[in-house]
Design a protein around this ligand. Structure first.
Ligand code: MRU
Length: 355
């Protein structure tokens, strides 16, 4: 690996979307980017749950981290002798947070981890939950740095890459998953050109990814989602690199709507397809992609752009916001534990027997 362990990633990673102030959760409002850079403060777990549902904070690892801090906020109004007692009192708040979005497993994973820490805690349970939320965020950042190095190592010098949605610092504790690999790849000369799809209808690519990369001195090129197959045909990209919201026991991977068609087009054109996600995104209890609850959002998201209506009144619309890439279309799944090439149930079981 050419990236030294003490490589200074900070130049490529300046944005922090989730910050604990000591008594509130500060979220960079992703609904308003890129033209309004504004934070919102959540002072209760209900406000955190609302922020997750409304996409004020978004991205699989980020919503897990935010939910963990939501538990800390709820804990502050609970009186209990130990963690087990506190867990009973906090269950309604935990359930509400868990229901705030359905597809990304990081949310349930973080809440299970917070619940387990509470279950073990004694009289100092309030300190324990706060330390656990901080650990979840810290470990996510470390996982992203590790995945950046592992993923970049798969890419030949001077390659072009295409990414989808936003998987960067905005979607994580920092650095990003797929965007972390892209940052590491650019930093080490493995990636010479970065393309980002707009990611209709919420425009995570157009509003967030290209802004985030440009903040860090990386120069992306935006494409319409519908230009992806044509881009691949030109030979300009050697890898499609995406994140994940849930990776099943057989390697099937849910990610932002449009990822599936990118994987099909990539295979057709001989372009490699990489999924980058921390082990908190792996769900060994879900056997395959058909079992994943795919979030459907308000069809109104399809009726316009930037608040301007573009569709005639009275038109029906269907708005699933994730899809599933079958494992057979994935060349590599990169987690902080290592690289799984040509993932299938056996390879996943070998890597995540304890997940
Ligand atoms: O609806 P979103 O914006 O939360 O969807 C985000 C994605 O699909 C990301 O690609 C995924 O969460 C990976 S983020 C590191």
């Amino acid at each position: 690996m050419t990236i030294p362990a003490d490589f200074d990633f900070s130049r490529y990673d300046r944005i922090r979307p989730i910050q604990w102030t000591g008594d509130a959760l500060q979220l960079l409002d992703q609904r308003k980017l890129p033209f309004v850079v504004e934070n919102v403060l959540c002072s209760s777990s209900d406000e955190v749950a609302e922020a997750i549902t409304a996409l004020t904070v978004r991205g699989a690892p980020a919503i897990g981290i935010a939910a963990a801090w939501g538990v800390v906020l709820a804990a502050r109004s609970v009186q209990a002798a130990d963690g087990a007692q506190a867990l009973v009192a906090l269950q309604p708040a935990i359930d509400r947070l868990n229901a705030s979005r359905p597809t990304a497993v990081n949310l349930a994973w973080a809440l299970a981890r917070m619940s387990a820490a509470l279950g073990r805690a004694g009289a100092d349970w309030l300190d324990v939950v706060e330390a656990e939320a901080a650990a979840i965020a810290r470990e996510d950042l470390a996982a992203n740095h590790a995945m950046g190095a592992l993923g970049a190592d798969l890419i030949a010098a001077g390659s072009g890459v295409l990414t989808h949605c936003n998987t960067g610092s905005l979607a994580t504790a920092g650095f990003g998953t797929a965007l972390g690999v892209i940052r590491a790849g650019v930093a080490t000369g493995r990636i010479g050109k970065v393309y980002a799809g707009e990611t209709r209808p919420w425009l995570q690519g157009a509003r967030l990814t290209v802004w985030e990369l440009s903040q860090d001195g990386i120069d992306p090129t935006l494409i319409a989602d519908s230009a992806a197959a044509h881009l691949m045909k030109t030979g300009a990209v050697q890898w499609v690199i995406v994140g994940a919201d849930r990776i099943c026991a057989n390697g099937d991977t849910a990610n932002k709507i449009g990822t599936y068609q990118l994987a099909i087009a990539a295979r057709h054109h001989g372009v490699k397809f990489m999924v980058v996600a921390p082990s908190s995104t792996v769900d060994m209890s879900t056997a395959h992609g058909d079992e994943i609850d795919i979030e459907e959002r308000d069809p109104g998201e399809l009726y316009g752009v930037g608040g301007v209506r573009t569709v005639a009144e009275g038109i029906a619309a269907w708005n699933p916001v994730f899809d599933v890439v079958p494992a057979g279309l994935i060349d590599a799944i990169v987690t902080e534990r290592g690289v799984i090439s040509a993932p299938d149930a056996a390879a996943m079981a070998a890597a995540f027997a304890s997940a």
